[in-house]
Ligand binder design. Structure first.
Ligand code: ATP
Length: 201
């Protein structure tokens, strides 16, 4: 997959920032609550207006219709929205292997959405996003609602997928242990700027 380049991007309080998401590499972003991590992801996904330029390969964000950009540069928020009655109706293609990998029984695609726990919703939202075959993943605290076992399943599944399809990825994380497990690059928001941090101290 092509790299995603971010050039002079400003959004909210976050000052002009430049970085590149390389194919198959996970960039973890950390920072205090309210420092602008989610807004940065929303800007990259073209869900909020911003200044600066974003390129997928050599193509600028502005040359894509917003809905096409969002399908390729896919943001998965920590709290997901669901609109159909059953889980499977939200998937572009059936995802039996992914359901199994994330600990769901075979019939989970037929489950009613209104029965889902917050942890189930979070895992199923990841599967839904991947069913659209995105080129870039923007993961906003993908294990925020999960216990240790589910966190491990999600980390294994996501890291395998990112490597297999060479997806450039942002992974917002609060846990330093998780950053050590998954990150190739760690950027922290410090005083309204992104600063590169050591991953293994
Ligand atoms: N559309 C908006 N217009 C103005 N301010 C906003 C908007 N959306 C969010 N904010 C504010 O911008 C700041 C950053 O919000 P953001 O959700 O990006 O934080 P965050 O770093 O992801 O925090 P957390 O770790 O708590 O999720 C917050 O103070 C928030 O209230």
């Amino acid at each position: 997959m092509p790299a995603l380049k971010i050039k002079d991007l400003s959004i909210g309080t976050l000052r002009k920032t430049n970085f590149t998401l390389q194919s198959g590499r996970i960039t973890c972003i950390s920072g205090p609550s309210g420092s602008g991590k989610s807004r940065l992801l929303r800007a990259i996904a073209d869900l909020e207006s911003h200044t600066g330029d974003i390129f997928l390969g050599n193509k600028p964000q502005g040359t894509y219709p917003a809905h096409k950009w969002r399908r390729q540069v896919m943001m998965i928020p920590a709290q997901s929205a669901w609109w159909e009655d059953t889980v499977g109706e939200h998937f572009l293609t059936p995802m039996p292997a992914a359901l199994k990998a994330l600990g769901f029984p075979e019939d989970a695609a037929r489950w009613q959405v209104n029965r889902l726990s917050s942890g189930e919703k979070q895992r199923l939202a990841l599967i839904r996003a991947v069913s659209y075959k995105p080129q870039v993943l923007l993961l906003d605290e993908p294990t925020a609602n999960l216990d240790a076992d589910s966190t491990q399943m999600v980390e294994l599944w996501l890291t395998g997928l990112i490597k297999k399809y060479q997806l450039p990825t942002i992974w917002v994380a609060h846990s330093y242990m998780q950053i050590q497990r998954v990150a190739h690059l760690h950027l922290a928001i410090v005083d309204s700027q992104l600063e590169e941090q050591e991953i293994h101290l």
